[in-house]
Ligand binder design. Sequence first.
Ligand code: C2E
Ligand code: CA
Ligand code: CA
Ligand code: CA
Length: 277
Amino acid sequence: AKRAGGSTYAFFESSMEQDARNQLEIQHDLRSAIERSELELYYQPKIDGKSGQITGAEALIRWHHPKRGLVMPGIFIPVAERFGLIGALGNWVLEESCRQLREWLDQGLRMRVAVNLSVHQLRQEDLVQRIRRSVESHRIDASLLTFEITESVAMEDTQATMKAFAQLAHLGSTVSIDDFGTGYSSLAYLRKLPARQLKIDRSFVMDLDTSTDALAVVDAVIKLAHALGLRVVAEGVETARQRDILLSLNCDELQGYFFAKPMSAAKLTLWAMVDDK
Ligand code: C2E
Ligand code: CA
Ligand code: CA
Ligand code: CA
């Protein structure tokens, strides 16, 4: 038993070493990824529940690593956060979203883009100024942007959140509480936040067609959000049944693989034009 424990420990240790080396390698490569144009934004459509039309798209970052291939944000965002690279990454995402919005406008497509903000960005003193600069330099309207902030981030630093939310709303952008249901925000706090949108976390949507508990929770969240004047988006919709249930519960917008996976800007352009009747 002793030997088995020892070998388990050795294995654990070596995989941790491997992990650490991996992280170092990732952060090293990530430092030059922006300059080398290895980053790309993918876009996942959001669909209006009533009309079935696209209302906008969420920007989701991807990394084309020269050796590893396509790297997902779940791998490199935590590394970027740990090694102080998340600021540069967030700035790039913001600038690229605005550039793409301008390109779409020039193509006659009035798209809206939702950008994910990290806790680091929320605490940046010059966040709103930076957004204003990007918006102005690309001659777009701030109302074309939505900022998604996870419920847990919003809870982590309530003071910074309140301030940033108010400033973003003042700018004319939509503020959205992402991954709702995974944090522990109170009703009192939710009421005070100048958010306009709430995104129900995928974990609830996933269980909708099998669990009556999940259904009751989603029903209650939608009613609560509507009572507070918030629009509700469901993320991670994968089946027709989940869609039907969400529509019967008056969910305003839907997003998920059932409609479309995140795709390149060029693909989204085609997708939106075909969808636009
Ligand atoms: P998120 O903001 O909750 O984004 C939704 C994630 O769910 C995306 O994963 C999306 O591809 C995935 N997804 C969408 N529909 C479905 C579905 O029907 N089924 C399933 N199983 N998954 C679905 P992705 O692109 O890997 O992004 C993961 C997370 O990385 C995001 O979660 C977000 O927190 C973070 N992230 C992505 N891009 C950025 C960014 O530009 N900045 C920041 N700060 N974070 C980002
Ligand atoms: Ca999001
Ligand atoms: Ca989300
Ligand atoms: Ca989520």
